[in-house]
Design a binder for this molecule. Structure first.
Ligand SMILES: NC(=O)c1ccc[n+]([C@@H]2O[C@H](COP(=O)([O-])OP(=O)(O)OC[C@H]3O[C@@H](n4cnc5c(N)ncnc54)[C@H](OP(=O)(O)O)[C@@H]3O)[C@@H](O)[C@H]2O)c1
Length: 233
């Protein structure tokens, strides 16, 4: 890592996104906190700065294309390059419905936030990533998106993460020659607002994401991993 490595983390104000931001900051990254709520984002920024981390809140709602456009314009104006994009923000872990009774409005919202948001943001930031010596895109996915192990539960969430996995593979393939590594990472069941109280500590959930951020140039791309180990698609 060079001394001016810069990472953007979406959904950085709480849960795994906040912890990833903290761990990246501790490694010396400047961390841009992409948050849809300015007040919550600023609180996260101040908490990280209190720990000596170079953190900057950026207004970013990944479900709103105009918000992506404005956030990318801000990054392009204020920073020379971007080394890491962590597409972490996600919604609708819909344990209350199944594929045969799913509310399609919920499905559409999940796809907008969890699939199209990361896709749009990654494409919009490509020119900034191309200015990095070691660019990385890390898509925070879930084993719920594994078609190999899919059942009828959490249909909106699972479909949106399967879509994110597909984007990961396609983008990795297309960007391979440019040396941009793109991987999908499942953090495992983690104790957050989304995961509930039974999962593992958030520091452990964040570790596999940091692993994907810090892969060396010859590291894998286009893979799906948890704790550094491949998962079935
Ligand atoms: N926790 C688990 O057990 C688990 C397991 C597998 C995968 N994951 C994945 O890990 C990632 C993080 O999950 P988590 O457990 O930390 O979730 P979480 O506690 O619910 O936090 C989600 C974060 O995403 C933000 N967010 C939601 N929609 C957004 C949008 N449209 N634009 C910008 N930010 C948005 C939220 O912001 P607000 O505060 O403004 O709502 C919040 O900061 C997700 O991709 C999730 O699917 C989690």
């Amino acid at each position: 890592m060079n001394t001016q490595s810069i990472a953007l983390v979406t959904g950085a104000n709480r849960g795994i996104g906040f912890e990833v931001s903290h761990q990246l900051g501790a490694l010396g990254y400047t961390v841009l906190l992409g948050c849809r709520n300015t007040t919550r984002g600023r609180a996260a920024q101040e908490a990280l700065r209190a720990d000596g981390i170079k953190a900057q809140q950026i207004d970013l709602d990944v479900s709103i294309p105009a918000s992506i456009e404005a956030a990318v314009a801000q990054v392009e104006r204020d920073y020379p390059h971007l080394d890491v994009l962590v597409n972490n923000a996600a919604i609708h872990y819909d344990t209350w419905q199944r594929v045969t009774d799913a509310n399609m409005d919920i499905v559409a919202e999940a796809i907008e936030a969890n699939t199209l948001g990361p896709w749009r943001l990654s494409v919009a930031l490509l020119s900034m990533l191309r200015r990095s010596k070691a660019p990385r895109i890390v898509n925070v996915s879930s084993e719920g998106g594994s078609i190999a192990s899919m059942s009828g539960g959490t249909p909106a969430y699972s479909l949106s993460k399967a879509g994110l996995n597909a984007i990961t593979r396609m983008m990795a393939h297309e960007l391979e020659r440019e040396g941009i590594l793109v991987n999908a990472i499942c953090p495992g069941w983690t104790k957050t607002d989304m995961g509930g109280s039974g999962g593992r500590p958030v520091a452990d959930g964040a570790k596999g994401i940091i692993w994907a951020v810090t892969l060396d140039r010859s590291g894998p791309s286009g893979g799906f991993f948890r704790d550094g180990q491949p998962l079935p698609w």
